[in-house]
Every structure is written in C-alpha cells, then in structure tokens.
Design a protein. Sequence first.
Length: 180
Amino acid sequence: MTDDDQDTATEEPGPQFDLSLTGEGISVTRTISESMASDIIAVVMGADPATRSRTPGARRTSGGGGDTSVREYLDEAEAKKIPQIITVMGQYLIDRGQDRFSRQDVKTMFPKAGESTPSNFTRDFGLAVASGWVAEDQKNEFYVTEPGRKAIAAKFADQKIRGRRRRPAKKTAAKRKKEP
C-alpha cells in the first residue's frame, strides 16, 4: 500500500505538521493539524487512544503560545460547584496529554486557577465520582467519563450532583429498649 500524495488537514486552523509513516508495504505522507499531531504523539508515547477523545465543545491546544489556562477551561464550562470544577480540572489535565490523573494532580490545580482549595476536598472529589463524571481505573487513577465530558460540553445544565448513598444509622442499645 503506497500513498505519496500529500493531503492538507484544513479542518483546524493553526500550525500544520508533516507526518510520514513508512514500513514494510506502506508509505504515507500527510499534513496534519496541531491537535492531531498531539494525539499521535500521545499514542506513540503509550496513551490509550480511547481516552484521548476530545471533549465536545472544549478547546484544546498543546504547547506554544496559544495554551488555554485552567481558569479559561473553568469559565468556558461555567463550572461553579466544587465537583463540577474537579471534573473540568481533570479534563484539563487529560487535554494537556495526561492519560489519567490523581486526586493530588487535581488538588494542585486549584491555586493555578485562582480558586481556594476546598476544605473537604475528599468529599467533593467523591461527589464528582458519585455523579458519574469521574471514574477510577484499576491502577487507582482517575479519568473523566463520557457523561462527564457531556456535562462539561453542556455547561452542567440540568446536571445534578449526586451524593453518596448512606447506610442507615445503627440502633444503639438505648434506642432498642425504647422501641415497643
């Protein structure tokens, strides 16, 4: 299979990159966009292609002077509540090339966004997970789920933060004596 024609990817403005792939039975040369080049580099470096999908409606840049700050991500997503902010910060990290993120990765983003670190970060992170926006993998690392990406794209319209289910309190011996 041989393809020596050069195609230009014009769907995204900005810098263009030449990509060449040659090997046994294949020779391909294409001009690709910056975001596509970023995705290819991430995959070559070991990222899972399934987790590299871009959030609908989210801007994405990599390197250079056109970077989008975490503050801009939060403003664009209209994230107001802490679990929403945590979800957007996780997506920001993924869009910056991280395959997964930790709680600590997100926690360190708050000052960078001009936000104060939540006093009960563990609870708020748990609410982002309980809402289905963030999930944990087998390596105890986190990623933004498809519902999380859709919530970000929808600017969290009609999205409710789900609390953790609580077990009913155990009855004490004194309460059991009072029951008829």
